[in-house]
Design a protein around this ligand. Structure first.
Ligand code: TRP
Ligand code: ZN
Length: 501
């Protein structure tokens, strides 16, 4: 049974106050010597999603031990049951009195920090002291605030490592993002499609849900025998079946952003292959695709090794330990570039596979520092589609560019400054197509040699990290030796169709 605490508007206001405080100037330079323990910020500082991620620590590794029961057959409600034990290894980046994790729609049963249990208390008033090791969970759906606060005792000193174990669970439903689009742990009749962008990881595990805190992952996912659970990376060991349940083990040793984790569950067929270079490819394809979707999917997935070779020649070596796909007969309405193993709805089409593969370099290895920088993901992935089309005998990148430039100047398509699309504009068509056109125009401006050299420098300099549009501009200026201020102003910062640049 799930008991939800109702949170008053006043409490939301208190939390918002905490956010404003923690976003202000940090500790005085001339304070007293010795530790000054304060609360970690309830957000990572992203203007679009102020409560996504948290401050005061850096997560190194998540170990997620999950047990999932999919819904019963129709007409039973489309609700699953998830229980989890998340073991989170972190390092404090300040002297920590308290810190937050993000967790939405599930309830906490127990928390330990370095083996010491914390007890659940009601959320305290702003500035109020709480006795001893404690935690409290605020879930305010109206204001989209989901914050689990943990007060460890003893306090954690800056630089100190801590292991936080959260035991949690509850009913899973079908969460939606700020635009109302399905994301996170999306319960399906035959399992779950798990696609977190931008801040839906918190719907299935306690997390610092922002890409500025990448971490490595281990997964142990127990599902009813016959179901397959697929996460990022490689199988850590063979699945174990006992008493009608199967446990699947996955290891993702390359740092990844929380929006790129998955642990999808379904009636998948697992297929193992590898590229000519020996990179493992693991595809999980739903048994129940329609014949037409199954045929299209087989044809596209068969091209993955060639696409990877093409992007490796064009850019830098593939950044992770494995590749592959999860293709579900259900739909969340889109595909997502989950790290190493993108999720596809109903079918994997060739252009989409090229897009999600390009994201492994652009978006996954190098991630947008703030959600405002999303065009660096979607513009590049779309440009990857254009390049693959040209490579495979379809339209040239120039022809794709020309098609975008045929959109009339008074079309609303041009009304978006793609370097600041707003939280409701993350997946606007212009972020994709104007983004790709920006890259093509940049290529023509600086020449192929500088363009591809700068792309490689970008991928090398910011590998396993995050970077901004300004960082991107700086790399291209540095490598090309050109002043690109006007170029980037016209293409990504001005909501008007570019005419000269
Ligand atoms: N990032 C995904 C892609 O382009 C798409 C995506 C994620 C999306 N969430 C969305 C598209 C919500 C529309 C709405 O590969
Ligand atoms: Zn994309």
């Amino acid at each position: 049974m799930r008991v939800r605490r109702q949170v008053s508007g006043a409490l939301a206001a208190v939390l918002a106050g905490a956010l404003a405080l923690s976003a202000g100037p940090t500790a005085a330079q001339s304070g007293p010597p010795g530790p000054r323990y304060t609360a970690g910020a309830p957000g990572a500082g992203d203007a679009y999603f102020p409560f996504a991620g948290n401050g005061g620590y850096d997560v190194r590794h998540y170990d997620l031990d999950l047990t999932y029961t999919p819904p019963a057959p129709a007409p039973a409600p489309l609700v699953g049951q998830l229980s989890g034990v998340a073991t989170i290894d972190l390092v404090a980046t300040q002297d920590l009195d308290r810190f937050n994790l993000d967790l939405r729609g599930l309830d906490v049963q127990a928390i330990t920090v370095n083996g010491k249990p914390a007890g659940e208390v009601a959320p305290p008033a702003a500035g109020a002291e709480v006795e001893g090791a404690a935690y409290w969970h605020v879930q305010d759906a109206a204001d989209r605030i989901w914050e689990l606060t943990i007060q460890p005792r003893p306090k954690i000193k800056q630089g100190q490592a801590a292991r936080v174990v959260v035991t949690y669970g509850g009913a899973t439903t079908r969460p939606t993002d700020i635009e109302g689009v399905l994301y996170g742990w999306v319960t399906m009749r035959d399992g779950a499609m798990v696609v977190n962008e931008p801040e839906g990881a918190m719907t299935w595990y306690p997390v610092s849900d922002h890409q500025t805190d990448k971490a490595t992952y281990g997964f142990e996912i127990t599902v009813p025998e016959g179901k397959v659970a697929v996460a990022n990376g490689l199988p850590g060991r063979d699945p174990v079946t006992e008493g009608g349940w199967t446990t699947w083990f996955w290891e993702a040793p390359d740092p990844q952003a929380s929006y790129l984790t998955t642990a999808s569950v379904g009636d998948y067929d697992l297929r193992f292959s590898e590229t000519a270079g020996g990179l493992p490819i693991i595809d999980a394809v739903d048994d129940n695709l329609t014949p037409a979707n199954a045929a299209a999917t087989e044809a596209s997935l068969a091209l993955q090794a060639e696409m990877i070779a093409f992007f490796e020649e064009t850019f830098v070596p593939y950044p992770f330990n494995s590749a592959g796909a999860i293709v579900d007969d259900d739909t969340v309405g889109y595909a997502l570039e989950t790290q190493t193993r993108p999720v596809y709805s109903r079918a994997a089409r060739e252009g989409t596979v090229a897009h999600e593969l390009a994201h492994q370099w652009f978006g996954n290895a190098v991630s947008p520092e703030r959600w405002a920088d999303i065009w660096l993901n979607e513009g590049w992935a779309t440009y990857g589609e254009w390049l693959w089309s040209e490579e495979s005998g379809g339209d040239s990148a120039q022809a794709s560019f020309d098609a975008v430039m045929e959109i009339p100047a008074d079309d609303s398509f041009w009304d978006l400054a793609i370097a600041d699309p707003g939280p409701f504009g993350l997946f606007h068509g212009a972020v994709y197509d104007r983004g790709a056109a920006t890259l093509h125009a940049l290529r023509v401006k600086v020449g192929d040699e500088a363009f591809f050299a700068a792309s490689q420098e970008w991928l090398t300099r910011y590998d396993d990290s995050t970077a901004t549009t300004d960082d991107f501009e700086a790399v291209f200026e540095e490598v090309s030796g050109q002043d690109l201020t006007t170029f980037f102003d016209v293409w990504v910062r001005t909501p008007i169709k570019p005419t000269t640049w």
